[in-house]
Structures are given as structure tokens and as C-alpha cells.
Design a protein around this ligand. Structure first.
Ligand SMILES: NC(=O)C1=CN([C@@H]2O[C@H](COP(=O)(O)OP(=O)(O)OC[C@H]3O[C@@H](n4cnc5c(N)ncnc54)[C@H](OP(=O)(O)O)[C@@H]3O)[C@@H](O)[C@H]2O)C=CC1
Ligand SMILES: Nc1nc(=O)c2c([nH]1)NC[C@@H]1CN(c3ccc(C(=O)N[C@@H](CCC(=O)O)C(=O)O)cc3)C=[N+]21
Length: 296
């Protein structure tokens, strides 16, 4: 048996197409162009790749894209002032501050200074609380992308055993909330989890969000289970630079029912969901009907 490969790149292209149609409608019917501002502090080469790719795709779907690149030495107040200006800019509907921030900046304070309605990452405590209580919120892009692929593959997720490996605020915890919202029985595993292989073997759905190259081998996977690989790890093998996930792809694909590849799985969906959230935020800000199927 060999797993169905869930093509995140193709799925993301469809989501962007839907986003593009909504952008056109907003422009033609209401004269509104959704705008996304991305703030990058410091010069992390990997972050610059994502920021460039986000900017390019934002323009491709017809939205306005603004990038603010600040030096690594930027002071806290300077960053807060920029966020304040973006919060008050009527042409900006979504604000993303690329994480991680340099150590001298207070990440929680910075994120919580973004207006919740413009928090397209869904990291503000208000959005976290709304999601946790099942209320309308901004949903974090990576978990939202994973959920869309899972729903498309399975239809209903009700009653499935889901194991999320990783408990970060940006991936693991919101992923678990979304799976719970879709009536999965959810286990969150982390670095202190005992007998991780046994825990993972019970899962119908495994979401790996750890940041350890190929740490999940195929013999942890229940035959037929779905593996969603969030990990983005840059490694060097046989003298070549390579991008690998947190799952050992070949051995997992041999037993899984379905699997997302790296690259070409969760990553492209993250960016597509960022664009979707920006359109959603723009519609909400203007009291207009929200796009269907682009939120959780
Ligand atoms: N594709 C995409 O769009 C995105 C990909 N990523 C990638 O996903 C991965 C995870 O990101 P992020 O959540 O931010 O990472 P964090 O480093 O914030 O969290 C990693 C989590 O993994 C857990 N962990 C570490 N080692 C082990 C272990 N040996 N066994 C079990 N659990 C372990 C940690 O546990 P503990 O809490 O106990 O320390 C922690 O909860 C990274 O590779 C990142 O690059 C991230 C965002 C978007
Ligand atoms: N505030 C904030 N929000 C984020 O959503 C956020 C962040 N900070 N910091 C960093 C992580 C990481 N992340 C990725 C997005 C897209 C790809 C992606 O498109 N990856 C491609 C490959 C890209 C490549 O080749 O490097 C793929 O998987 O196919 C990966 C990783 C968003 N993050």
C-alpha cells in the first residue's frame, strides 16, 4: 500500500483563485482593495524568503502588499509605533509581524498590540480566546491550512483520534483547538511526552509540528492514518542542501493512507490562508458578507 499524496501546492492554488475572485468582487462592487502589511525585523534569510513569497502572492491575487523591513536593532517603541500606524491605516486590513523577533523585543507585547480585527495570524490573545471558546475569530494560517486539507480528504473528522506533536502557540495549540472543534479526540504531545511512539500509533490523524528533521518514522504510524507534516527543516545530505519535514517521508508514506510532502504540502497552504484571512478581515471591517469556505 502506498499513501495518497495530498498536494498542498495545487490545493493552495485553488484557495488563492477563490481569494482572487473575492478580491475582484470587493473592488468592482465596493471599490475596496484588501491590504496586507508584513513587518520583518532583522535579516533572517529564511524569513526573507517567506516574506518575499507572501508579497508576491498578495499582489498576484490583486491585493495591496506593504512590506516593512526594520533593522535587527529596532527598539520596542519604534515597532509599537509602526503597529499603531498600521492599526489606524484604513487601507490595511491585515498585519503580520514575522516571528521569531530578536531577543530584545517582547513578542507577546508586540503581538497583542496588533488590532485583533487585523491580526491575520490569529496570535492575539483575543483571537486565541475566541477560537478556544468556539467564537468567530482570526484563525492561525498554518493550522487552518492543515484543517482545510484534512476536511477535503476525509469529509467529516468527527470521532477520529488526532495526535498533534508540538504545543507551540503558533501551530500545535491552535491546531489542537481546530481538531477539537471538528470533534476529533485530540492528544497534544511534546518533548516531555512518555512513549511517544505508542501515543502516535493510536492516531488516525498525526500532525507533526516539532522542527526536528524526519523524527517520525513509518513504524510509529497506524496503517492507513493521515500524516500532516508541518515541519520545515533545512538539512544537508550528500553535500546537497535539502528541505525536509518532521516525518520520515518514505517510511511514513509506505504505511500511511495519506501524507503531505515537504516542500509542497503545508507551507503553500499557510500562505494561501494568510491571503484568505486578509480578505475575511477586509470583509468584516467593511460589514460585508464573508467569503464562504475560507474560514474554519
Ligand atoms: N509549514 C509552515 O507553514 C510552517 C512550518 N513551521 C515549522 O513547523 C515546525 C514547528 O514549528 P513551531 O511550532 O513554531 O516550533 P516550536 O519550536 O515553537 O515548537 C516545537 C514543539 O515541538 C516539541 N518537541 C521538541 N522536541 C520534541 C521531541 N523530541 N518529541 C516531541 N516533541 C518535541 C516542543 O516541545 P516543548 O514544548 O516541550 O519544548 C514544542 O512544543 C518547525 O519546523 C517550523 O519551521 C512553523 C510554522 C509554519
Ligand atoms: N508571524 C508569523 N506567521 C507565520 O505564519 C510564520 C512566521 N511568523 N514565521 C515563520 C513561519 C514559517 N512559515 C512558513 C510559511 C510558508 C512556508 C512555505 O511556503 N514553504 C514552502 C517551501 C519554501 C522554501 O523552499 O523555503 C513549502 O513548504 O513548500 C514555510 C514556512 C510561516 N511562519
Amino acid at each position: 500500500m502506498s499513501a495518497t499524496v495530498i498536494d498542498g501546492r495545487a490545493f493552495a492554488a485553488k484557495v488563492r483563485e477563490q481569494v482572487g475572485e473575492h478580491v475582484t468582487r470587493l473592488k468592482e462592487a465596493h471599490g475596496i482593495t484588501p491590504g496586507l502589511a508584513v513587518v520583518l525585523v532583522g535579516e533572517d534569510p529564511a524569513s526573507e524568503v517567506y516574506v518575499r513569497s507572501k508579497g508576491k502572492m498578495t499582489l498576484e491575487v490583486g491585493m495591496k502588499s506593504v512590506e516593512h523591513k526594520l533593522s535587527a536593532q529596532t527598539g520596542q517603541q519604534e515597532l509599537l509605533d509602526l503597529i499603531d500606524a498600521l492599526n489606524n491605516d484604513p487601507e490595511i486590513h491585515g498585519i503580520l509581524v514575522q516571528l521569531p523577533l530578536p531577543d530584545h523585543l517582547d513578542e507577546d507585547l508586540v503581538i497583542n498590540s496588533i488590532a485583533p480585527a487585523k491580526d491575520v495570524d490569529g496570535f492575539h490573545v483575543s483571537n486565541v480566546g475566541l477560537l478556544g471558546t468556539g467564537q468567530k475569530s482570526m484563525v492561525p494560517c498554518t493550522p487552518l491550512g492543515c484543517l482545510m486539507m484534512l476536511r477535503a480528504h476525509h469529509g467529516s473528522l468527527s470521532g477520529m483520534n488526532a495526535v498533534v506533536i508540538g504545543r507551540s502557540n503558533i501551530v500545535g495549540k491552535p491546531m489542537a483547538q481546530l481538531l477539537l472543534g471538528d470533534s476529533c479526540t485530540v492528544t497534544i504531545a511534546h518533548s516531555r511526552t512518555k512513549d511517544l511512539p505508542e501515543v502516535v500509533r493510536r492516531a488516525d490523524i498525526v500532525v507533526a509540528a516539532v522542527g526536528r528533521p524526519e523524527m517520525v518514522p513509518g513504524d510509529w504510524i497506524k496503517p492507513g492514518a493521515t500524516v500532516i507534516d508541518v515541519g520545515i527543516n533545512r538539512i544537508e545530505r550528500d553535500g546537497k542542501k535539502k528541505l525536509v519535514g518532521d516525518a520520515d517521508y518514505d517510511s511514513c508514506a509506505a504505511v500511511a493512507g495519506a501524507i503531505t510532502p515537504v516542500p509542497g504540502g503545508v507551507g503553500p497552504m499557510t500562505i494561501a490562508c494568510l491571503l484568505a484571512n486578509t480578505v475575511t478581515a477586509c470583509c468584516r471591517a467593511n460589514g460585508l458578507e464573508e467569503p464562504e469556505g475560507l474560514t474554519a
